[in-house]
Design a protein around this ligand. Structure first.
Ligand code: ZN
Length: 278
């Protein structure tokens, strides 16, 4: 049974039709309220979702400011240049292997959090973010989706000056300032989609469309990324993979983020994040 998971006031909750159901309550205490605990028992979330009709909701999502659906990932990987269109606009060669960097887990914030720019070269990148459910090492590509708990939306906010302050560039720091990793609003199980390898994503700034694409155009597919990363580093429940951004980032036309800008980031099935730059 497909599920949508939210962080409501720091507690794990399943979402259906705009209402939320506290996971600890509807599981009779079998699943803890902490998001990371709930994420570690993904099979239970599928079961609980199938039994939602037997429970009254705890309330409506409307009016709640949601937290990050994965608030404390152990590892958070980013993939650079993973859409042909974005590699071309960046004047960079197509990577022969995935270009991997770290978004420090400390940069992860909620779907409506402010982004503290602290630079005049801040940039936006809407991305599909994959959340690992069942961890593993050397996960075969054809098994990869069985290790994925779900997907969410992410913004891979970047300080381009910091990113390119060294040669070769250090992506990690430039993409890991505090608040540079909004994710959410919901974590959606892969079985929500007819085909989880074809998901629309888009981004606008102050109402002006900037990015729109579909994950079918990834250079390295989600399954390939899981296989590749797990061949190097054992993946565990809650690990995040920011899978890369399509064309339209601000860097190309020096269209950098300014205080007061509002970024809307949407992933099909997941919903929209609203992040104000300060
Ligand atoms: Zn990115």
């Amino acid at each position: 049974m497909t599920f949508k998971l939210a962080n409501v006031g720091g507690r794990a909750a399943l979402v259906r039709d705009g209402s939320f159901y506290d996971v600890e309550r509807i599981s009779g205490g079998a699943v803890g309220s902490d998001l990371m605990d709930a994420i570690a028992v993904g099979d239970r979330l599928h079961e609980l979702a199938s039994g939602l009709a037997g429970h009254a909701p705890d309330g409506s999502l409307e009016g709640h400011v949601l937290g990050a659906p994965v608030p404390r990932p152990r590892n958070s990987y980013g993939i650079g240049l993973n859409y042909r269109s974005h590699a071309a606009e960046s004047n960079m060669d197509l990577p022969q292997n995935p270009l991997v960097f770290t978004k420090f887990p400390s940069c992860i914030v909620g779907p409506d959090s402010d982004v503290e720019l602290r630079t005049e070269n801040g940039d936006y990148e809407v991305e599909l973010v994959v959340v690992i459910g069942k961890g593993g090492r050397d996960i075969p590509e054809d098994q990869a989706w069985t290790h994925i708990l779900g997907v969410t939306c992410g913004q891979d906010i970047s300080d381009r000056r910091l990113q390119f302050a060294t040669k070769p560039p250090h992506f990690d720091l430039g993409k890991s300032r505090d608040t540079y990793g909004p994710i959410g609003p919901l974590l959606v199980s892969p079985d929500h989609y007819d085909d989880p390898t074809q998901i629309d994503l888009s981004c606008s700034v102050n109402g002006e469309p900037r990015q729109a694409d579909n994950t079918r155009n990834l250079i390295f597919s989600v399954a390939q990324l899981v296989a590749y990363l797990s061949s190097i580093s054992t993946l565990v429940a809650g690990d995040l993979i920011f899978t890369g951004t399509p064309e339209g980032v601000g860097m190309v036309n020096k269209n950098y983020l300014k205080p007061g800008d509002v970024i809307l980031s949407t992933v099909e099935g997941v919903g929209t994040m609203t992040n104000r730059c300060v």
